[in-house]
Design a binder for this molecule. Sequence first.
Ligand code: HEM
Length: 209
Amino acid sequence: MALQDLYSNIHLLIRWLHVIAGITWIGHLYFFNFVNVPLQGALDDAAKKLVNPKLMPRALWWFRWGAMITFLSGLVLFTLLYMYTPGQGFGPSALFTGSDGQLTARAVWILFGMLLGFIMWFNVWMIIWPAQRRLLSGQVPADQVAAVRKKAGLASRVNTFLSGPMLFGMLAPSHYGASNGLTLLVATALGLIAIFWSIKTSFKVGTSV
Ligand code: HEM
């Protein structure tokens, strides 16, 4: 039946696009934070001058466009699931508000995930990429390079931490029934701990085969 059903087919395609773009985005974010930060600390200036102008523009292209497609496909997915009902049209669906008029547990999870995802998208497009573009094209005066680098690095670190709880917000809606202060708190704590552990570990692992 699903094959004949236009809504189901579009839904699956958008969901697939969303996840493959999300992997591209967050994969590069983790590359920057878990691989590139320790790597840059191990390179001398000459090696940095050789490697970074070739590496960074490529990696940043996949990173920022992955973020954009994840965000836009996420908004379409949200509209399809929570703001549209097949046969009835646009408006809050039964997944968004229950018969009592309250937000459903599923809606609470996805709003939590989308809030974090939106902050992350904002950081990419309004802070990290503008700063990196100016740094890589040599537009930043020498006395401001360290400050601009620090700002971009901080936004990237914030995004890395947010990604842990954010992913609970993406996965819980269709796989976990309950949502309350405690479940959100536990998801946030677990997500942050996983990222904290990964950052600490990134300085110790993979330095030899
Ligand atoms: C940037 C803002 C984002 C928005 C607006 C957004 C929106 C959504 C929506 C509406 C859903 C459907 C939830 C449901 O089934 O009820 C979803 C699911 C999902 N999203 Fe996002 N998302 C965003 C970022 C991300 C990121 C960065 C990732 C990283 C990989 C991601 C991965 C996923 C995954 C894995 C699912 C679940 C797919 C499934 O269970 O079938 N999302 N997202």
